[in-house]
Design a protein around this ligand. Structure first.
Ligand SMILES: [Zn+2]
Length: 166
């Protein structure tokens, strides 16, 4: 079972990042998965969510993250909210196990036509999973074809740069 990202540098493997000054790298395949999931929800007028799995690495600039896959499960959702349904946790753990990444490094969810930001509820969800520490949130709005990435250190959302790796 992958563990949740922490800022403990001893857990991070050494490897030079693809682009200096950026801490979040996402496989194109992951963007495709998130986009397809968000579009599927959009057709049903529902938000969707899932977890981002991948690897934590470090180089001379510090720690950075490569997102390599997603995990999700059954959701309770409508057009303005989403959460994992109560009896979906076992399925979620299986999905995480199938991902192959070493850590849960973030989560994603969709907004329907309201743009990409972290709401107060989103911040609560984020800190509920990742605490006040590292961990990334991707927000996708299929209505506006928008995608944005955030960190939320200390519970304060901040837009961060993301590089998509082909
Ligand atoms: Zn939201």
């Amino acid at each position: 079972m992958p563990k949740i990202i922490s800022s403990d540098p001893y857990e991070a493997e050494f490897g030079v990042r693809p682009v200096r000054g950026v801490s979040l790298f996402v496989r194109e395949f992951v963007i495709d998965l998130i986009t397809a999931h968000a579009e599927e929800g959009y057709l049903k007028n529902k938000e969707v969510m899932g977890l981002l799995t991948g690897d934590i690495l470090r180089d001379d600039m510090g720690m950075y993250v490569k997102v390599t896959n997603t995990a999700t499960s059954d959701l309770d959702a409508d057009e303005a909210s989403v959460r994992f349904s109560k009896d979906s946790i076992e399925k979620l753990f299986r999905s995480i196990d199938d991902c192959g990444g070493s850590s849960i490094v973030g989560w994603y969810h969709s907004h329907l036509g309201i743009g990409c930001y972290l709401s107060d509820v989103d911040i609560k969800t984020h800190t509920g999973i990742f605490g006040m520490d590292v961990g990334y949130a991707l927000v996708i709005d299929p209505a506006g074809s928008e995608l944005a990435s955030f960190s939320c250190i200390g519970g304060l959302p901040e837009k961060v740069s993301m590089i998509i790796l082909t």
